[in-house]
Design a protein around this ligand. Structure first.
Ligand SMILES: *Cc1c(COP(=O)(O)O)cnc(C)c1O
Length: 407
């Protein structure tokens, strides 16, 4: 029989060199493995891996920590923020009725509408409305893409069959013309409908509950630097009902002991994280990159504050293809093809601008990024960069899944 000790610190036995190093100046992207895990989370996962733990007791511990950090009555950990959305919506449909939890996604006999502003129906690697539909609920979009009005929300909530109202806080949503959270909450509550906030990628763990939301959902693996996981925080009755879904549709979204303990360590570390020191390091990286690109005509660099108010600036590079000699997309592709690939933030590349996100850097990465920018922009100026196929790039996310060479 193996001793406990034999199972520890033996190395993985795997060859990590099959996964070459990548520098991520894109952001906390699922496609790149989210974020750099904080050491506390890594230690926690290792420490709990060989043990048996009563999972309800573990979640109870998580609840207390989540409550402390968010101001919530209770909380639990799930597989991801996307899972948290589905589970809390399901919970708002079933309440604490286990028969109903087992019945889903057949929603007969339950409130089955979920109201969401059309401008919030975004895509974060999957569509937010699919997290709603997974439960058997039907999304009810409010307003148009760039405009939602109070009376439209009020009307959508009026039927008596609305289980929940979902509000997304994200750079992915339309930035203007949306109903602010406090108004959204007031109107939903006037109909007795709970508000669930998807704040997966937001720093402020208390703001949405403070603004009156009934549930706030975060990713454990974004700014927190925890393992892949989701945090659900809020009203005790809704948290309990969402947690109950683990006997039903939540089973396929199961979270392990290692992720719960790991994200708890990340939450704990968040309390004492040197946020100002991190910000200063990020600003130094932005300075370095800004001066690296300054000599190149056709490249305009400026600070871009985070659109949802997270304490984070990115560097925005506006590329004049005519002046520089290559498009923004050509720069993105060339940076990603270097010996050490540098992955830029390219959400707006078709508009001619790209961003560099400084929040996932290891020591020395910022300098490599600066050198790589100079190298690639020099080639751009010499007319040496091929112009990529814009259509292929736009559809590229799907193509990577369908790539027959994958397996
Ligand atoms: C990242 C993100 C999600 C998905 O989070 P996961 O934890 O990866 O499931 C959902 N909503 C928003 C706004 C996000 O940014």
């Amino acid at each position: 029989m193996l001793e406990m000790n034999d199972r520890r610190n033996t190395g993985s036995g795997l060859d990590l060199s099959v996964l070459p190093r990548v520098i991520n100046v894109n952001g906390t992207m699922t496609s790149l493995g989210a974020s750099i895990m904080v050491p506390e989370a890594i230690a926690a996962m290792q420490e709990i891996a060989p043990r048996f733990v009563p999972m309800h007791k573990l979640q109870r511990e998580a609840s207390q920590l989540i409550a402390e950090l968010t101001g919530a009555e209770a909380g639990f950990v799930t597989a991801s923020a996307a899972a948290g959305i589905a589970l809390t919506i399901a919970g708002s449909m079933t309440g604490l009725n286990p028969g109903r939890a087992e019945q889903l996604p057949d929603a007969s006999g339950m409130k089955n509408k979920v109201v969401i502003q059309l401008g919030h129906m975004c895509h974060y690697g999957a569509a937010v409305d699919q997290s709603i539909r997974l439960t058997g609920a039907v999304p009810v979009p409010v307003g148009q893409s760039t405009q939602a009005l109070d009376h439209q929300l009020d009307h959508a909530l009026a039927g008596g069959d609305v289980a929940a109202a979902l509000y997304v806080v994200s750079h992915h949503v339309v930035e203007y013309g949306q109903i602010p959270l406090d108004r959204f909450v007031a109107i939903a509550h006037s109909h007795g409908v709970p508000v669930i906030v998807d704040g997966a990628s937001e720093y402020d763990l208390g703001a949405f509950l403070k603004a009156g939301a009934d549930i706030a959902i975060y990713s454990g693996h974004k700014f927190l630097g925890g393992p892949t996981s989701g945090i659900v925080a809020g009203r005790r009755d809704l948290v309990r009902a969402a947690y109950l879904q683990n006997i039903g549709i939540g089973r396929g979204m199961k979270v392990g002991k290692e992720s719960i303990w790991g994200v708890m360590a990340a939450l704990n570390a968040w309390k004492t994280r040197d946020h100002e020191g991190i910000l200063a390091r990020e600003q130094a990286a932005l300075d370095l990159w800004q001066s690296a690109v300054a000599p190149f005509p056709g490249v305009t660099a400026r600070r871009n504050p985070d659109p949802t108010g997270n304490p984070l600036d990115r560097l925005r590079l506006d590329i004049s293809a005519k002046t520089l000699g290559a498009s923004a997309l050509a720069i993105v592709k060339a940076m990603a093809s270097l010996d050490i690939p540098v992955i830029l933030r390219d959400h707006e590349v078709e508009l001619g601008w790209i961003q560099l996100d400084p929040c996932n850097l290891h020591d020395g990465d910022a300098e490599i990024v600066a050198d790589s920018l100079v190298k690639v922009l020099t080639r751009a100026r010499a007319g040496e960069l091929p112009e990529p196929d814009v259509t292929a790039h736009r559809n590229g996310g799907i193509a990577t899944y369908l790539n027959p060479d994958l397996f």
